[in-house]
Design a protein around this ligand. Structure first.
Ligand SMILES: [Zn+2]
Length: 229
């Protein structure tokens, strides 16, 4: 006989035996709270004017001083407030005007207590890349002037992230680059231009960059705590 055969008789649950089963019908005072659609609409509208801010190194960055420091740094006191502290690493800020919210995004990257912060629109919360990127201005140093054009700058800048905008000022090249905060930062790359005899070193200088791991380039821990050490 097959020992694993299931006897359907034994599988049946006797409701009398199961004290854990809760039948809502037995409960006289179970009520569902239903909010009117206008209220839900109002909350959705408020959510569209919210930015989520995430600490990248919450071991060092503390939430309460961060919220007041950010409000001060934004110089928008009165038209923006910290609506909810979500957990030890995230807080939601609500703006009165969309233009203030866009200004904060435009001025990225932000930092607190010497470590970087990620800022994202709360209405992007269902996107797979939510709270994963920050935009840096990166100076790209060392591209030979005779090979410099947008395609070359974009290709070299892609080592750092997606190149969104390029500014050329005299001999310098600056690019607005969307950087994945889960990847280690890149600081240099050797580049070979086909007609050159030898490769050249190109360096990336991140504007407004604060602390990072000098071993792996992570924005989330100090070298002393690096798993690669
Ligand atoms: Zn590291």
């Amino acid at each position: 006989m097959d020992n694993l055969a299931v006897d359907p008789e034994h599988d049946e649950v006797d409701p009398e035996d199961d004290d854990d089963v809760h039948d809502p019908e037995d409960d006289d005072d179970v009520h569902v709270i239903v909010f009117p659609p206008e209220l839900l609409q109002e909350i959705e509208e408020q959510n569209r004017r919210c930015l989520m801010v995430m600490l990248l190194n919450p071991k060092v960055q503390k939430m309460v001083p961060m919220t007041s420091a950010l409000l001060k740094a934004w110089r928008l006191t009165g038209s923006v407030e910290c609506r909810v502290v979500v957990d030890d690493s995230k807080a939601l800020f609500q703006f009165e005007s969309e233009s203030d919210l866009l200004w904060v995004l435009d001025q990225e990257p932000w930092s607190f207590n010497d470590w970087m912060l990620v800022v994202d629109r709360f209405d992007r919360r269902d996107e797979p890349d939510y709270l994963r990127f920050m935009n840096f201005w990166v100076e790209i140093v060392g591209i030979p002037w005779n090979y410099r054009n947008d395609a070359v700058i974009k290709r070299i800048g892609s080592v750092v992230g997606e190149v969104l905008e390029i500014h050329e000022q005299g001999p310098g090249v600056r690019a607005r680059i969307r950087v994945d905060v889960n990847e280690g930062l890149e600081f240099e790359r050797r580049v070979l231009f086909e007609r050159s005899d030898e490769d050249v070193e190109v360096r990336f200088v991140y504007e407004k960059l604060k602390m990072f791991c000098q071993t792996c380039g992570s924005l989330a821990h100090h070298k002393a705590r690096c798993p690669d050490e």
